[in-house]
Design a protein around this ligand. Structure first.
Ligand SMILES: Nc1ncnc2c1ncn2[C@@H]1O[C@H](COP(=O)(O)OP(=O)(O)OP(=O)(O)O)[C@@H](O)[C@H]1O
Length: 313
């Protein structure tokens, strides 16, 4: 289980301070697939990187099975690095394209000394390729990355992570660069991994419709804050925050009139600048009230598995 508590990450560029994470708490519990959704710049990637100790926060802590990950050293830190993996959006950037696929995958096995000899190493590499649906695996193993399609290369990136037997994976927009036709196949690998190995997964996306198929719970982020979270069923069937409703309205579905009947909430054109103290969403919210301008709403439970930060509730 991995848990981020009150995480704060601030970036300073020139004179502007961006609060990429402004007091974010999340938990990924045993065997869960948890979705994080929000538009570009809402802090999703920063959250994933902070949970994996790839980004140091200025405040808050990350607990991995109860241990503060920023204090891990030596053997425990190496164990953390192995057991917690990230899959990036763009496999061409994530993979050293000069290496053969075999070596891309074997690299981690070697770093963490997981195989006692070459034969065992080869077996692990070939199993990993099979697990992600790349067969005949011998053929893929000795290819160069630029001989593969984007979808195949993303499978290699996933194999490279899976071969280390991770207990937690951050999948940061793993299919958004890929053709529609190959997306479902990639998402299935994560689902199978969770079912067969119990791997916990944080699935980052700007497309809330992906999460309906795959996530148990969903966090919705807006400008460095979690503004709503809950079970995927509760959140998708009864989204409460006007921003979540707008995200769902924006999903293209075959019959838009059906969806529009459910919610026709749109994000408003920004007519005023954020005043630094109210709800961060009020300049774009069609329901903004005076209280929204005065104080930021806190997350509040509306049921045991659904929380929202909005004065409408
Ligand atoms: N290394 C950095 N230096 C300065 N600002 C950064 C850095 N990394 C992220 N930011 C800023 O922090 C905010 C959150 O960025 P982040 O990448 O976490 O958002 P995101 O929701 O993942 O967006 P995207 O979907 O575009 O990746 C953005 O305003 C971004 O410009």
């Amino acid at each position: 289980m991995i848990e981020g508590k009150d995480l704060r990450v601030y970036f300073k560029t020139r004179d502007v301070e961006v609060r990429a994470l402004d007091g974010v708490s999340v938990a990924v519990k045993e065997k869960e697939i948890v979705g994080v959704v929000g538009e570009s710049g809402s802090g999703k990637t920063t959250l994933g990187r902070t949970l994996l100790n790839l980004q140091r926060p200025v405040g808050g802590e990350v607990l991995w099975n109860g241990k503060n990950v920023f204090k891990l050293r030596g053997r425990e830190e190496r164990e953390f690095r192995r057991r917690n993996q990230i899959i990036y959006q763009n496999p061409y950037e994530a993979i050293d394209i000069r290496l053969k696929v075999y070596d891309v995958i074997a690299e981690g096995i070697r770093v963490h000394r997981l195989a006692s000899n070459k034969e065992e190493e080869k077996e692990m590499v070939m199993n990993a390729l099979r697990d992600v649906g790349l067969n005949p695996e011998e053929e893929y193993a000795y290819s160069l990355p630029n001989q593969l399609s984007g979808g195949q290369l993303q499978r290699v990136a996933i194999a490279r992570a899976l071969v280390l037997n991770p207990t937690f994976i951050v999948a940061d927009e793993p299919v958004s660069m890929l053709d529609m036709s190959v997306r479902a196949g990639i998402l299935e690998i994560f689902q199978r991994q969770r079912e067969e190995k119990g791997t916990e997964i944080l699935m980052i996306t700007h497309d809330i419709s992906t999460l309906g198929y795959i996530a148990d719970r969903i966090y919705v982020m807006y400008q460095g804050k979690v503004i709503e979270h809950g079970s995927a069923d509760a959140l998708l069937e009864k989204p409460l925050h006007p921003y979540t409703q707008a995200l769902i309205t924006a999903v293209p579905i075959p019959d838009p009139s059906e969806r529009a009947k459910l919610f026709s909430v749109k994000i408003k054109e920004k007519e005023e600048e954020y005043n630094g103290k109210g709800c961060k969403y009020y300049p774009r919210c069609p329901f903004a009230m005076q209280s929204c301008r005065e104080k930021e709403p806190e997350l509040k439970g509306v049921s045991s598995d659904h929380y929202v930060a909005c004065y409408l509730y």
